[in-house]
Design a protein around this ligand. Sequence first.
Ligand SMILES: Cc1cc2nc3c(=O)[nH]c(=O)nc-3n(C[C@H](O)[C@H](O)[C@H](O)COP(=O)(O)O)c2cc1C
Length: 156
Amino acid sequence: MARLAGGVALLTVLDPVGRDCGLTVTAVSSVSLEPPLVLACVTKDGFIHDALFVADGWSLSFLATDQLELSHYAARERHPGARDDFSPWPTRRAARGELVFTGAAAAVECVPHSLVDAGDHTIALGRVVSVAQDVTGVLPLVHVDRRYYEPGPEIT
Ligand SMILES: Cc1cc2nc3c(=O)[nH]c(=O)nc-3n(C[C@H](O)[C@H](O)[C@H](O)COP(=O)(O)O)c2cc1C
């Protein structure tokens, strides 16, 4: 699957006591137009996982090429008790409180649709309730073969 090129998203949610959580994810897809559904596959080991079961909203910020450090930060290994501090990056609050990264190439706010048990991951399906109009990122960050790239020249 490392050969499947894809965008890099930051999944954000508030934990049950209102603390910010964010995880770098590439297992993300659009699913349905009517209703508008997207999915993210989240490891059951991840610190963000359990928050998805209680949150009333979560967001996906599709990272831009100048947000590589943010991708590294949200993919770091977190020991129990570790907290996220996203203050170095420009953000705003989604309608349900989680962070949206305004430097992203695109972002969507979701309300939970369903959670599907899938081996060592859970597939979180969300209904898109808002598409960000205020993001400033230009080129989407691409991940393939365990490396990051920026989109190259169009080929025809
Ligand atoms: C480029 C990239 C893509 C990733 N995609 C996913 C993903 O789709 N789903 C997931 O659960 N974890 C994904 N991860 C792993 C998490 O971001 C994170 O590294 C891992 O869960 C460890 O964090 P934890 O200590 O909070 O569990 C990805 C990591 C990187 C670097």
